[in-house]
Write a protein that binds this ligand. Structure first.
Ligand SMILES: [Zn+2]
Length: 189
């Protein structure tokens, strides 16, 4: 019984994050590396259950692994779009997945985010970025701070809701501050 109880408490804590936010919001959510995968999946499941489109910019988990896990939990996936930079380009596609051609290419990610943001403009959509810790392994903090700034400003302009997921204590403070400044709230789970 313990796993069931802990799962429902995590899910309700994910849901309560969104109770007191304005209609349009940007949020930074931090968790530990132990709970990261589950936290991101809970965020996805919660917003799909709320009837939102969810776009995941993913660099931390192969898309097929996520889709399998959501399927096991009977989460409907038709409103989920994954921009995956984990699998190789010739991976067998599952669900609604766009595979980015080059891993960790900020230019390609920026262009993809821009195109998608236009498509989901004025729809009930949440953009979740789980790639921050991974991107910081490949690029300097200054470059990532600018990249995140540009993406979040774009979300504000297109009136999209967005979540930047991060790991507690693992992200450069300059980058964290840049993101936190543009977000309505920083939530630590
Ligand atoms: Zn993939």
């Amino acid at each position: 019984m313990t796993p069931v109880a802990s799962q429902s408490s995590v899910q309700s804590s994910v849901g309560s994050i969104f109770d007191s936010l304005p209609p349009r919001w940007l949020l930074m959510v931090e968790s530990t590396s132990t709970t990261a995968r589950k936290t991101v999946q809970d965020l996805i499941s919660y917003h799909l259950a709320q009837g939102s489109y969810v776009v995941l910019l993913s660099a931390s988990r192969p898309c097929f692994d996520l889709y399998t896990s959501l399927q096991e939990q009977k989460v409907p996936q038709q409103n989920l779009l994954v921009l995956c930079s984990v699998c190789t380009n010739d991976s067998k596609s599952v669900g609604n997945t766009l595979h980015l051609k080059q891993r960790q290419s900020l230019t390609e990610e920026s262009i993809a985010v821009g195109v998608i943001a236009q498509q989901f403009k004025n729809k009930k959509a949440v953009f979740i970025i789980d790639s921050l810790p991974t991107l910081l392994m490949y690029h300097s903090p200054a470059i990532i701070a600018r990249f995140m700034h540009n993406i979040l400003v774009q979300f504000q302009r297109e009136q999209m809701n967005g979540i930047v997921f991060s790991l507690k204590g693992a992200v450069d403070t300059t980058v964290r501050e840049e993101i936190a400044q543009l977000c309505d709230n920083v939530v630590s789970l």
